[in-house]
Design a protein around this ligand. Structure first.
Ligand code: GDP
Ligand code: MN
Ligand code: MN
Length: 250
């Protein structure tokens, strides 16, 4: 398997036809998967915003005040408002904002970025990254995974995850297949889109590389059972449930 960046993409602006831009810079082969940093999908979809677009509600004021008091840092209530606007729910309100986005991804600050956003203060995630992936996949004729850099519990550091996908299942279901001893696997569902996203993110980098699009070549989903479940359903999520009860103290 190979993972390589598409070179030569320009700074993406609202209204740009991403599929055509990418198509001009790569010769796709059968079996390729395109991984695309959500940053450029957002830019193309006009998701840049400014703090002034989010006048703070009293709830946002209260959230920002609490964040300031626990972190000792200045917090803009309009940023809290932007996170609220992009979220279904805040699972944690201090010492940081852990949000469930409207499309089901749980991430800090609802994935709102403040880096790689020239000419604006904020970049919101695509409204519906799977719908974005579907449009791009349709136009390019290859499966598409929309990625974002995200932190994770239990471990330091961030890595790429899939936030939308089309043209391939989210996961390979190994249940019913066997290990080397012939023992049947009964729980393993491999979140392949996250693994592709992590590999792609390694190539894309986090800084000024200008390489948001990565082609995965020579990897096959194969003839296996698939699953499109990636974001845990609320009733299936014990950790989310526990965090709702949890209160930050210090
Ligand atoms: P995120 O992980 O989706 O939040 O995106 P990042 O900000 O980490 O950027 C991922 C990659 O895309 C990096 O190599 C950036 O330099 C690159 N990138 C971000 N915006 C643009 C853009 O508008 N044009 C190009 N060519 N590259 C970009
Ligand atoms: Mn991001
Ligand atoms: Mn990133």
């Amino acid at each position: 398997m190979e993972a390589f960046a598409v070179e030569g993409l320009p700074e993406i602006r609202a209204g740009d036809d991403l599929a055509t831009l990418i198509d001009e810079h790569v010769d796709f082969e059968a079996g390729d998967v395109l991984c695309l940093a959500s940053t450029v999908v957002s830019k193309a979809e006009g998701r840049k915003a400014d703090l002034a677009d989010f006048p703070a509600s009293s709830r946002a004021e209260a959230i920002a005040e609490r964040l300031e008091s626990v972190t000792g840092e200045t917090k803009d209530p309009r940023f809290a408002q932007a996170v609220l606007a992009e979220s279904e729910e805040l699972v944690i309100e201090a010492p940081f904002l852990l949000a469930v986005t409207r499309f089901g991804h749980v991430t800090v600050n609802a994935g709102i970025d403040r880096s790689n956003v020239p000419g604006a203060e904020l970049l919101l995630l695509p409204e519906d990254p799977t719908a974005s992936a579907e449009r791009l996949s349709e136009a390019l004729g290859v499966p598409v995974v929309v990625t974002d850099t995200s932190g994770r519990p239990f471990r330091y550091g961030q890595r790429g995850v899939a936030i939308g996908w089309a043209g391939l299942p989210a996961a390979r279901d190994w249940r019913g297949e066997s290990d080397r001893d012939g023992r049947e696997l009964d729980v393993t569902v491999q979140a392949v889109v996250d693994e592709l996203a992590a590999a792609a993110n390694l190539v894309a980098g986090e800084g000024g590389g200008g390489t948001p699009a990565v082609v995965i070549r020579g990897w096959e989903f194969g003839d296996h059972a698939g699953s499109d479940e990636l974001f845990r359903a609320d009733e299936d999520d014990l950790v989310r449930d526990a965090l709702r009860e949890w209160e930050f103290e210090r």
